[in-house]
Design a protein around this ligand. Structure first.
Ligand code: SAM
Length: 294
């Protein structure tokens, strides 16, 4: 086991393997042991927990997860890193490295295969941890939510500005389609900020660690989730317009009268902007539109 938590240790192992940090893959490695400890504490790991980690890099988090959990399965996209990562994890019996793209991974299937069906769909829940690559933070979060994987909690480090978006409430600048999707499936908490200075190489932005506790049931009832998310996207597609104009001018193909009726039936003033609507109001609106179109 090698502690890859200093720039010199990272440079040294990379030099030996003839590799370098790949900006295009969002490789900014954590170099602060205190922050790593705080991330581990945030996941409240027990020695019976299975953890899936996305983007282990050189294993800075992986090693500490392995020490606290029963097992960690780490999915890393960069083939060039795998041998160096394996060396960093040498002697760590309960860490498995999987080379693959998190965006294309069915995590329930993966953990089912690797645990003989103990975890995954219709089996035990697992935890997800990651210092996510900035360039695909939102797509990965959406993939994790929409995949409805059997995850109990996600502890992720992301750009501070994206963290604000996940937890934002109606009417705030950061409130948008991502906030609604995250809050529909989970209870988000921004735990602490992480300065850019603790990464190697240093990124251009600060980060934050967020805990997303996955809800047993979504926060509101909707009978058609596809329609629900389409309506949300339409509302935010034209942020500055009223909800009525955003809906009628969208790809939803709804006429003005139907929209007006649906808004009134769900108790929403048609002159409001979409960005002021709560999760419950979007749910009510979706049901009214579905009823009108039935
Ligand atoms: N966990 C390490 C740490 O904290 O030092 C590395 C974090 S670094 C911000 C992001 C990691 O995600 C890199 O190792 C990168 O190669 C990997 N990565 C990027 N895109 C990925 C993807 N689509 N699937 C899996 N891993 C990915």
């Amino acid at each position: 086991m090698i502690q890859t938590t200093s720039p010199s240790a990272i440079r040294s192992i990379m030099q030996r393997y003839g590799i370098s940090c790949r900006k295009s893959m969002g490789q900014n490695f954590l170099t602060d042991k205190n922050i790593i400890e705080k991330i581990i504490a945030a996941a409240e790991l027990k020695d019976t927990d299975l953890v899936v980690e996305i983007g282990p890099g050189l294993g800075a988090l992986t090693v500490q997860i392995a020490l606290a959990a029963e097992k960690v399965i780490a999915v890393e996209i960069d083939r060039g890193l795998i041998a160096a990562l394996a060396e960093a994890l040498e002697g760590v019996q309960n860490a498995e490295i999987v080379q693959g793209d998190a965006l294309k991974t069915d995590f329930d299937l993966l953990v089912g295969e690797r645990t003989g069906g103990m975890y995954g769909e219709n089996a035990k829940k697992y935890k997800l941890m990651a210092n996510l690559p900035y360039y695909i933070t939102s797509p990965i979060i959406m993939h994790l939510l929409m995949g409805r994987f059997n995850i109990s909690v996600m502890v992720i480090m992301i750009q501070a500005e994206v963290a604000e978006r996940l937890a934002a409430l109606p009417g705030r600048k950061a409130y948008g389609a991502l906030s609604l999707a995250v809050q529909y499936f989970t209870e988000p908490e921004i735990l602490f900020r992480v300065p850019r200075t603790v990464f190697y190489p240093k990124p251009g932005v600060d980060s934050a660690v967020v805990r997303l506790s996955v809800r047993a049931e979504p926060a509101v009832f909707v009978s058609d989730e596809t329609a629900f998310f389409k309506i949300i996207r339409a509302a935010f597609g034209k942020r500055r317009k009223t909800i009525l104009n955003a809906l009628t001018g969208s790809s939803l193909d709804l006429d003005r009268e139907t929209c007006l009726d649906a808004l009134r039936n769900s108790g929403i003033d048609p002159g409001r902007r979409g960005e002021t609507l709560s999760l419950a109001e979007f749910a009510a609106l979706t049901e009214s539109i579905l009823k009108a179109n039935a």
